[in-house]
Design a protein around this ligand. Structure first.
Ligand SMILES: NC(=O)c1ccc[n+]([C@@H]2O[C@H](COP(=O)([O-])OP(=O)(O)OC[C@H]3O[C@@H](n4cnc5c(N)ncnc54)[C@H](OP(=O)(O)O)[C@@H]3O)[C@@H](O)[C@H]2O)c1
Length: 345
């Protein structure tokens, strides 16, 4: 049920005046025609979602693109039960209505949101507990690029691995949507930051963001990490690679070190030398953000709200919603650094 501080008739009139007629434009996915082909993303008309209890309805100005969206468009990452089937894990815009139990004062405020799905659309429903306020001087295209990466980086670096000031962290893939935010977060925390990149210019960009050492991942990464840490290794690794990097990652951890795996860009199955875990008392964590409960996401958002005002995402490109397919293609371009964002309004 919609709840605003206006009577129902006035509320619906207000939504109608803002162009809302019960239908909205959103991205629809046509599966790939064959192996090696990309799915087709096109604009379609679909019913505007209604906020449920504790939810808000966001008029979307911009939506962040995440690698998970590319997987979902290929049919490889289905939304969790109850989530919108529309692509999009984060968005920024204006709250135009609230569901039962959500604070009506939110109506008219600008916010970014961590979504279970539905960001590639003119309107999206988000739990009120998954909103981050947008500062007055911040563009929605920047705000939309933050929730998913910041929540992922914080939960893994701090929530799981308890990264703290004075420790050393290795961020695998510092140029990525998550990686570049993780660099900024780790610096805010006061950690020493090592990161891996695929090109020298990306290394320079990571140093500008606050990384202390950038290592080309085509080189001998364990040797470079040993060199940078006097042979001790790092306290925490945030890893997007998975199986292909597991042995190296374990070998680069200092005693009591912690490895947090968030991506499987190099596969999901690997052999593990358990003696590496036992001898240096290291731990391996794995997690996904999307599958977490509302309560868990609310706690993560409450924690990251403290850091959000100090972290500005690097936005590589802003692409109109109708060209979402091009935005996805950009994610696979070697020249991309940081986030790609869809402009919805
Ligand atoms: N578990 C979760 O909760 C969660 C949440 C968000 C994202 N993820 C996952 O995390 C991964 C990264 O997400 P993203 O949004 O940051 O993706 P992204 O923007 O596409 O970034 C991918 C990164 O991987 C780097 N990379 C590629 N090959 C590498 C190698 N051999 N060594 C080191 N780095 C390498 C790339 O570096 P170059 O650009 O320098 O080549 C790039 O920085 C994805 O798999 C995504 O699905 C998981």
């Amino acid at each position: 049920m919609l709840r605003t501080n206006l009577p129902r008739a006035a509320r619906l009139a207000s939504l109608a005046n803002s162009g809302h007629d019960g239908l909205m434009h959103a991205i629809a996915v046509t599966p790939p025609a064959g192996p090696g082909e990309r799915p087709t993303l096109s604009i379609a008309e679909t019913p505007t979602p209604e906020p449920g209890p504790g939810d808000v309805l966001l008029q979307v100005h911009a939506a962040g693109v995440n690698r998970a969206d590319l997987l979902q468009a290929r049919g490889g990452y289905p939304p969790p039960p109850g989530a919108s089937p529309i692509l999009g894990l984060e968005a920024a815009g204006t709250v135009v209505a609230v569901g039962e139990g959500a604070n009506p004062d939110l109506i008219g405020t600008r916010a970014s949101a961590l979504l279970d799905g539905g960001g590639y659309a003119e309107y999206a429903v988000a739990p009120a507990t998954q909103l981050l306020p947008i500062p007055d001087d911040a563009a929605p295209t920047l705000a939309a690029a933050l929730p998913e990466a910041l929540a992922t980086a914080w939960f893994n670096l701090v929530g799981l691995c308890h990264l703290h000031a004075g420790q050393t962290v290795l961020i695998q893939g510092g140029s990525g949507g998550v990686g570049h935010i993780a660099i900024k977060l780790a610096r805010l925390i006061g950690a020493r930051v090592l990161t891996t990149v695929g090109a020298a210019w990306k290394g320079e960009r990571c140093l500008d963001l606050g990384a202390d050492v950038a290592i080309d991942y085509h080189d001998d990464v364990p040797a470079a990490v040993a060199d940078a840490t006097g042979g001790r290794g790092v306290d925490v690794i945030l890893d997007v690679l998975g199986a292909g990097a597991l042995a190296d990652n374990l070998g680069m951890l200092a005693p009591h070190g912690q490895l947090a795996i968030i991506g499987l860009l190099q596969g999901r199955r690997a052999e593990i030398d358990l003696n590496q875990l036992m001898a240096r008392r290291v731990s391996v964590h794995g997690s996904t953000l999307r599958a977490r409960t509302r309560e868990e996401k609310a706690a993560i958002i409450a924690a990251v709200a403290h850091y959000a005002p100090y972290i500005e995402p690097s936005v590589h490109a802003v692409v109109p919603l109708r060209r979402a397919g091009e935005a996805h293609a950009l994610m696979d371009e070697p020249g991309t650094f940081g986030k790609v964002v869809l402009q919805v309004r």
